[in-house]
Design a protein around this ligand. Structure first.
Ligand SMILES: Nc1ncnc2c1ncn2[C@@H]1O[C@H](COP(=O)(O)OP(=O)(O)O)[C@@H](O)[C@H]1O
Ligand SMILES: [Mg+2]
Length: 267
C-alpha cells in the first residue's frame, strides 16, 4: 500500500545571486512499513525535502500525497490538523516541552486533538522505549538519548501514516544513536510504521529498507547502502560521510545496560 507519493517537488530560496534551487523535481514514493534513509552533504536539500513533505514548508511546485491526500491542496488549518494526526516529527534537538513530564510529552499530540490516550498504548510505548521508570521525569532530568526516545514516543503515539526524522541522532553519542536507530527500525517492523529519516552517518543506514541520496536538490535512490561510494560520497571507518554536517560528535561513555549514559541523567 502506497503511503507517500512525492511528485516533481521543486523549491527555490532567494532571488538573484542568492537564488538556491533547494529541490529540483524530486519524485519518489514509499510503501506502508518501509524505513527510508536520506543521506547527502550539508546544504544538499535534505531538510527542505522533509519540511516540504511534512507541510512545514511550502514547495513552489509539485505534489505530496499522504494516504492519497494532496497536502498542498489543504487550507492552513486543515493541514495543521492533518499533519498532527498523520505525521510524527522527530528533530535533532528533541523539541520537548520542558514543563511536561515524559508521559505528558508523549501523549501531548493526542491532547491537542482532545483525544483520550489509550493507556495500553502509552504503557507499551514507555516500555519499548525503556522509559517506564522515567515517566514522571521532566526532560531536563533526562540524558539526550532518553529525551530523543521521548520524542520518538510522541511521534508514534498517534499511529501516524508517516514518521519524518531530521537527523534524530545528530546530538547523540554513538550508543544512543544506535538505540534510536534500533527503536525506529523496530517501529517500522512491528507497527508497520513508515519512516523517512535523514542521517549523516552511513553506518546508520544499514537497517534501512531504502536509501535515498540528495545532492544539489536532486534525489536518487541508492541500490544498497554500500553503493554510497559509487555516488561519490566517501565514508570513513565510523561511517561519517566526508563533507557531511558535523554533529558536534561529542561521543560520551557508552550507555549502561538499562540504556542510560553513565553520569548522564539526574534521577
Ligand atoms: N529558509 C531558507 N532561506 C534561504 N535559503 C535556505 C533556507 N533553508 C535552506 N536554504 C538553502 O537551501 C539549501 C538546502 O538546505 P537544507 O535543506 O537545509 O540542506 P540540508 O538539510 O541537506 O543540510 C541550502 O543551500 C540552504 O542554504
Ligand atoms: Mg538539514
Amino acid at each position: 500500500m502506497e503511503i507517500l507519493k512525492v511528485e516533481k517537488l521543486c523549491k527555490v530560496y532567494g532571488t538573484g545571486e542568492a537564488r538556491v534551487e533547494a529541490l529540483k523535481h524530486v519524485s519518489f514514493s514509499m510503501q506502508k512499513g518501509e524505513f527510508g534513509a536520506v543521506v547527502g552533504v550539508s546544504g544538499s536539500g535534505k531538510s527542505t525535502l522533509l519540511n516540504c513533505i511534512g507541510g512545514l514548508d511550502e514547495a513552489d511546485s509539485g505534489k505530496v500525497f499522504l494516504n492519497g491526500r494532496n497536502i498542498f491542496e489543504m487550507g492552513e488549518n486543515e493541514r495543521t490538523i492533518f499533519r498532527r494526526q498523520n505525521i510524527g516529527f522527530i528533530f535533532q534537538s528533541f523539541h520537548l516541552i520542558p514543563e511536561l513530564t515524559v508521559e505528558q510529552n508523549i501523549i501531548f499530540p493526542l491532547l491537542l486533538d482532545y483525544r483520550k490516550p489509550d493507556q495500553n498504548r502509552v504503557e507499551e510505548i514507555l516500555k519499548v522505549l525503556g522509559l517506564a521508570n522515567r515517566r514522571k521525569h521532566l526532560p531536563g532530568q533526562l540524558s539526550g538519548g532518553q529525551q530523543q526516545r521521548v520524542a520518538i514516543g510522541r511521534a508514534l503515539i498517534t499511529r501516524p501514516a508517516l514518521v519524518l526524522a531530521d537527523e534524530p541522532t545528530g546530538n547523540l553519542d554513538s550508543q544512543s544513536s544506535r538505540d534510536v536507530m534500533e527503536l525506529l527500525c523496530k517501529a517500522s517492523r512491528y507497527y508497520q510504521q513508515t519512516v523517512l529519516m535523514i542521517t549523516h552517518n552511513m553506518n546508520l543506514t544499514v537497517s534501512a529498507d531504502r536509501v535515498f541520496c540528495v545532492a544539489d536538490g536532486e534525489l536518487t535512490e541508492l541500490v544498497s547502502p554500500s553503493h554510497a561510494k559509487d555516488s561519490g560520497l566517501s565514508e570513513s571507518q565510523d561511517g561519517e560521510l566526508a563533507g557531511f554536517e558535523s554533529q558536534g560528535g561529542q561521543d560520551k561513555e557508552p550507555a549502561g545496560i538499562d540504556g542510560r549514559e553513565k553520569g548522564g541523567a539526574a534521577e
